[in-house]
Design a protein around this ligand. Structure first.
Ligand code: FES
Ligand SMILES: [Fe+2]
Length: 330
């Protein structure tokens, strides 16, 4: 990975674990090769270096005791928030002191996920698109670990031309033609809308049978689609990609689904939306794990494009601009 990109991503918020996956209050995670441990409860979580400073045991194997993280090997305890060591059980009574502490990182809970950042965040925390508010029900799907780059996965998420080929089983017979579309940009956010209709819907009923798709991306990698159904309800699917390794060639894919109150009133169940999107993602995985290069190239001349790829081209351009901006500032 380009050193400027590596540095920029160290200053970027990424999800590291799903709240639901904190077993005994503890979960493991990683960003750019830095192994992390997440510990705590509810919104009160700490993200710290992943290995015990005593003998280097992976702290994700530990458990929480009174809000502190207990190492599974010799029971050293590390406080929530500060990471300070508060107990070394092998010391005789009265000799509890140690100056040891875990290195901690910024931590935040949002959308059922614990987020962190390896260095002072240089971009605002990514919000869901406008209109996805507290009236929506949200759920986080189980994360996947994939052998592909963050941008490759982000581009796949918005690529509409692959639907009839990769998703014939889940999406049915959708149109292969991608009509031209306009991309709206607001700072580091991109959005555009399109519709998806069944190939066999007659033209005069196109509107009635069409789902409206509102795409949204907050760079570098927080992507979502809000699908408005012809009958009125809306649902959401969002994807985030966390680079796990320093070379950026392995990622953890986090994802969310949501339904608005109209969809819920119409009988839409979060569990069904999760099951459907899980199937869609699993159809994508053999594709995104078998692309060369493993990360989407920023050099626009190194691949061929069609007008349907307008989003990818814009994304790569704006991503390059984001890198430039970061370089100027640092
Ligand atoms: S390795 Fe963690 S307490 Fe000894
Ligand atoms: Fe896909």
């Amino acid at each position: 990975m380009d050193p400027v990109e590596y540095e920029m991503l160290r200053h970027t918020w990424f999800p590291v674990a799903r709240v639901a996956d904190l077993l005994d209050g503890v979960a493991g995670g990683a960003i750019l090769g830095e192994e992390l441990v997440v510990y705590g409860e509810g919104r009160d979580v700490t993200v710290a270096e992943g290995f015990c400073p005593h003998r280097g045991v992976a702290l994700r194997l530990g458990r929480t005791r009174d809000g502190a993280l207990e190492c599974p090997y010799h029971g050293w305890r590390f406080a929530g928030g500060s990471g300070r060591c508060t107990r070394v059980p092998s010391l005789p009574p009265g000799r509890e002191g140690t100056r040891a502490a875990l290195r901690t990182f910024p931590a935040r809970v949002a959308y059922g996920l614990v987020w962190s950042c390896l260095a002072e965040p240089s971009l605002p925390f990514p919000e869901l698109p406008v209109g996805i508010d507290d009236t929506w029900q949200l759920a986080a799907g189980e994360p996947y670990t994939l052998g592909c780059g963050m941008r490759q996965l982000t581009e796949n998420f918005r690529d509409k031309a692959h639907f009839p080929f990769v998703h014939a089983n889940t999406m049915g017979d959708v149109s292969k033609v991608v009509n031209s579309y306009r991309i709206a940009r607001d700072g580091w956010q991109l959005g555009w809308s399109s519709s998806l209709r069944s190939e066999d819907a007659p033209d005069e009923f196109a509107e009635k049978f069409s789902h409206r798709l509102d795409y949204h991306i907050t760079l570098p990698m927080f992507a979502s689609i809000r699908v408005s159904s012809p009958s009125g309800g809306r649902r959401l699917v969002a994807q985030m990609a966390t680079p796990l390794t320093a070379d950026g060639l392995r990622v953890r894919q986090f994802w969310l689904v949501g339904v608005d109150s109209a969809a819920a009133a119409g009988g839409a169940e979060l569990a069904d939306v999760l099951a459907y999107e899980r199937q869609v993602f699993e159809e994508d995985h053999p594709i995104v794990e078998n692309q060369q290069p493993i990360e989407a190239p920023l050099d626009l001349h190194s691949q061929l494009h069609t007008p349907a790829d307008k989003f990818s081209i814009t994304y790569r351009r704006v991503y390059s601009e984001l890198l430039e901006r970061f370089k100027e500032r640092s």
